[in-house]
Write a new protein. Structure first.
Length: 569
């Protein structure tokens, strides 16, 4: 609801009539002005009749609002056949009294322009059609056919105003289609846009042999609305409009980490990618970008989450076959409906139509992870500025939906590796670079993290290996000779092992020598101790013998004294 002010100065609420067309209600902030006429102008093949008919069909099937389609160019049977290809069963809706299609043939030669010319006959016929089914919605297709016989601008202006006033009085929400005019006018007459409450233009342009459809809300009285050009897609389900041109940076963020599919890469990132973040894998041809993307897709499906894989170079079966050779089997997840691989050449659509297609598939499949492989190919259908604009909108859309997005980017040989052609690296949260390292006549793969917002990450180059069991990331050899990979790393590591063995043997030899010295010293100490103890024993015996001699001498002296009868002292 949008507030407007009437002639009395009191606010009244502008009723919105939802179209049911994906994206259009977002652009118009809820739908077309209820009970008022809307002009849809466009050239041949731009989709005027389709958008008008879908407005009626969606109203009848989704909002229980019957509609009347007044055709001035195509017969009813032609309309039924045309819209059957889009899944719209007009006959069934007519049988249910939810739709009435009326063809009015106007022959210019049978009409004579006079001052008494008016639309009274149309009003009577239209009024009967509206009342017969209780219609809330009306389409007049196209207004040029209705006024093709009029050349008097005064009568034309008066009848146009009368028609629009009658529709407002009837209280129906009306769509009137018109053909684009030339110069500054939106329609051929240049009058309809002034009396319409809402004007929408459709454009079907071809640039570089690539066709793109765009929609723009030129004016909308009493309501805010999107003012940019919006791409839209016509497919088997009708019209899809992409309402996103640029989003405010107010999306939610998550602190949850999700695995990358490569255990060592998780370690390098401190636990994996942030959910809802954007990841860029760049590198030259053959470095393993698609392999890393496929590993991430498999890890997503292993958790029971959905992954949408958008491929611009290889067919789905080719991707599945190639990944199976290195131990990454994606086919079971495709059969389970967890993985959807959509492959298309970039030149099949324009950039905007690619964006609409991605938006549509994401809304229908509702993945938690989206892979775009590679974004470089989009350069073939647009300039660098246009591609960056398209990718900015895509990244914003994915972040707003908390969908983790992984993009691969092909860096051409000779170009700076830490640079993308579209300049989108500033929009990326985590950027990993795969590169070829040439040493000793070999080309090996290296991986390092250029940046990863909001998390600690490794600043070391790792060797990136593709094995029969998937991806393996190992430490590259770093020494005085620089970073070594492949055979050079193996040879250097073998030399290091030999040197390590030699060092250990030298240590053991020195240890044995020292042990021998210790034992020799201990033997010498033992001999000296034995010699000392022997001397000590001799001394002890000597002292004992001296004591014994003293005792004997004393005994002899006493005996002599006794014999001599000497006086006792």
């Amino acid at each position: 609801m949008t507030e407007v002010t009437d002639n009395t100065g009191f606010p009244e609420v502008l009723q919105k009539c939802p179209t049911g067309i994906r994206g259009l209600d977002d652009i118009t902030d809820g739908g077309l002005p209820g009970g008022r006429p809307t002009l849809i102008a466009g050239g041949p093949g731009s989709g005027k009749t389709l958008i008008a008919m879908e407005f009626l069909v969606r109203g009848a099937t989704q909002y229980d609002e019957p509609g009347v389609f007044i055709a001035f160019e195509e017969r009813e049977e032609d309309l039924v056949k045309n819209f059957a290809s889009l899944g719209f069963d007009l006959k069934e809706l007519e049988a249910q009294k939810k739709l009435l299609v009326d063809y009015i043939h106007i022959e210019r030669s049978e009409i004579e322009e006079t001052g008494e010319y008016d639309l009274e006959g149309l009003f009577i016929r239209l009024n009967y059609a509206i009342d017969s089914i209780g219609a809330k919605r009306v389409v007049l297709d196209t207004i040029e056919s209705l006024f093709s016989a009029l050349t008097n601008e005064g009568i034309l202006r008066a009848e146009l105003r009368r028609l629009f006033h009658w529709l407002k009085t009837k209280g129906v929400t009306a769509i009137i289609t018109g053909e684009r005019g030339g110069g500054d006018t939106l329609t051929r007459r240049g009058l309809e846009e002034y009396v319409s409450d809402c004007v929408i233009t459709l454009d079907h342009r071809v640039e570089g042999q690539i066709a793109t459809r765009r929609l723009r809300v030129v004016k909308y009285r009493g309501s805010k609305h999107g003012t940019n050009e919006y791409p839209f897609l016509i497919d088997e389900h009708g019209i899809s409009v992409l309402p996103i041109t640029s989003l405010e940076l107010d999306h939610d963020v998550s602190t949850e980490r999700i695995p990358t599919g490569v255990l060592r890469l998780d370690t390098m990132l401190g636990g994996g990618f942030y959910r809802g973040s954007s990841i860029l894998i760049s590198g030259t041809a053959g470095t393993g970008k698609t392999t890393l993307a496929a590993s991430f897709a498999r890890a997503t499906c292993e958790r029971g989450e959905r992954c949408l894989y958008l491929a611009f170079e290889e067919a789905p079966r080719q991707i599945i076959r190639n990944m199976r050779t290195i131990g990454i089997d994606l086919e079971p997840y495709v059969r389970q409906g967890l993985l959807k691989i959509h492959a298309a050449r970039p030149t099949i659509f324009g950039l905007e139509l690619h964006l609409v297609t991605m938006y549509k598939m994401i809304n229908e499949f509702k993945p938690s992870v989206a892979v775009v492989d590679p974004i470089t190919n989009l350069i073939t259908v647009g300039s660098e500025t246009e591609v960056k604009s398209m990718l900015t909108r895509l990244i914003d859309m994915l972040k707003a939906s908390q969908i983790t997005a992984l993009f691969t980017h092909l860096t051409h040989g000779g170009a700076p590796l830490e640079l993308t052609e579209m300049g989108v690296s500033s929009l990326i949260d985590t950027w990993a670079l795969l590169r070829d390292i040439e040493i000793g006549g070999e080309r090996n793969r290296g991986l390092y993290i250029l940046k990863s917002r909001g998390m600690e990450h490794s600043n070391q180059i790792r060797e990136f290996l593709m094995t029969g069991q998937g991806i393996d990331i190992i430490d590259a050899y770093t020494g005085p000779a620089g970073v070594l990979t492949g055979t050079a790393r193996v040879v250097q590591e073998a030399k290091d092992r030999v040197l390590e063995v030699e060092r250990k043997e030298e240590i053991e030899r020195k240890k044995r020598d020292l042990e021998r010295q210790r034992k020799a010293v201990e033997a010498q100490i033992a001999a000296l101790r034995a010699e000392y103890e022997a001397g000590e024993e001799k001394f002890r015996k000597f002292t004992q013998e001296e004591e014994r001699r003293k005792e004997i001498q004393e005994e002899v002296r006493k005996e002599i004294a006794r014999i001599r009868k000497a006086d006792v002292p």
